[in-house]
Design a binder for this molecule. Structure first.
Ligand SMILES: C[S@@+](CC[C@H](N)C(=O)[O-])C[C@H]1O[C@@H](n2cnc3c(N)ncnc32)[C@H](O)[C@@H]1O
Length: 273
């Protein structure tokens, strides 16, 4: 069974963190999911040429760990900045980075209207933010605008149409996975990234699809709100929901739990002319 704190942490609410009852629950959800993304994050950082950058930006930086990591890869004296629309996230990022010794800065701001002049950064990065936005192309155009000609733009995104789960009841599982995908503003963001990069004028793209696997606790935290919604909307009966959770537990108890998704890491260059 899910703990009450986990149950209120609905990942579809990351588009308006400060309007949820308890932003700390969303922060806990992010912290729990971090290890799953480790390999994909590393691929993204490798694509960004941070070793030569003097100014880098992480858009929708959340609690700021990736900003600190960017700063570590940049030359001495360089500056990494995180911008996020949530005051709770910026406060948490500033608290966590204090005393890290890294050259980092955090600022409140909207991905759709970045508070920076044109060409301000050598590198601009983003992770699992576009899936929450009504206009992801505008956000990518903003990232391209604040990146200098010749600079690098890179994004890591989930594709919720690719979520996989081994479960004894395939029919109910399909219903649950569809409801989970439909709760997000952009459920197919991963597969759409290369097209949007081109539409934003970025060139020389690299595209890395990467399968990430989830442990049972994170998977339950991610999927729980979708099951609860299906119950509220009477798509699933109480018995079907209970049986579905039991089926999931069976897989866990038998050491046969398998769940995951494909994430896409796409990077490109802002053309010089
Ligand atoms: C799923 S979290 C990802 C956080 C971080 N990038 C990470 O991977 O740990 C999404 C983040 O995007 C932020 N966000 C959502 N809409 C935004 C917007 N319009 N402008 C800037 N940040 C936004 C949220 O506040 C949240 O911190």
């Amino acid at each position: 069974m899910m703990s009450p704190k986990r149950a209120v942490a609905d990942a579809s609410r990351f588009g308006a963190v400060d309007r949820v009852f308890d932003p700390a629950a969303l922060i806990a959800l992010l912290d729990g999911a971090k290890p799953m993304f480790r390999a994909a994050k590393s691929v993204l950082l490798d694509r960004l040429a941070l070793e030569q950058a003097s100014a880098a930006l992480d858009v929708g930086c959340g609690t700021g760990a990736d900003v600190v990591e960017m700063a570590r890869r940049m030359p001495h004296g360089a500056k990494a900045t995180g911008v996020d629309a949530s005051e709770a996230m910026i406060a948490e990022a500033s608290r966590r980075a204090a005393g890290s010794g890294a050259g980092v800065l955090f600022r409140l701001g909207d991905a759709l209207d970045l508070p920076y002049p044109d060409d301000a950064f050598d590198v601009c990065r983003m992770e699992t933010v576009l899936q929450h936005l009504a206009d992801p192309l505008l956000a990518l155009r903003e990232m391209a605008r604040v990146t200098r000609p010749g600079g690098r733009v890179g994004v890591l995104e989930m594709d919720l149409g690719t979520v996989l789960l081994d479960h004894p009841d395939r029919a109910v599982t399909q219903t649950v996975l569809s409801a989970n995908a439909d709760s997000m503003a952009q459920p197919w963001m991963g597969r759409q990234l290369p097209r949007l990069f081109r539409e934003a004028g970025l060139t020389g793209l690299s595209v890395d699809p990467i399968v990430i696997l989830s442990g049972p606790e994170n998977f339950r935290a991610m999927i729980g709100p979708a099951v609860a919604r299906l119950r509220e909307e009477h798509v699933l009966t109480a018995e079907q929901a209970r049986d579905w959770w039991s089926g999931l537990s069976e897989r866990e108890d038998g050491d046969g739990f398998a769940a995951g998704a494909t994430v896409f890491v796409v990077a490109g260059t802002r053309p010089t002319a």
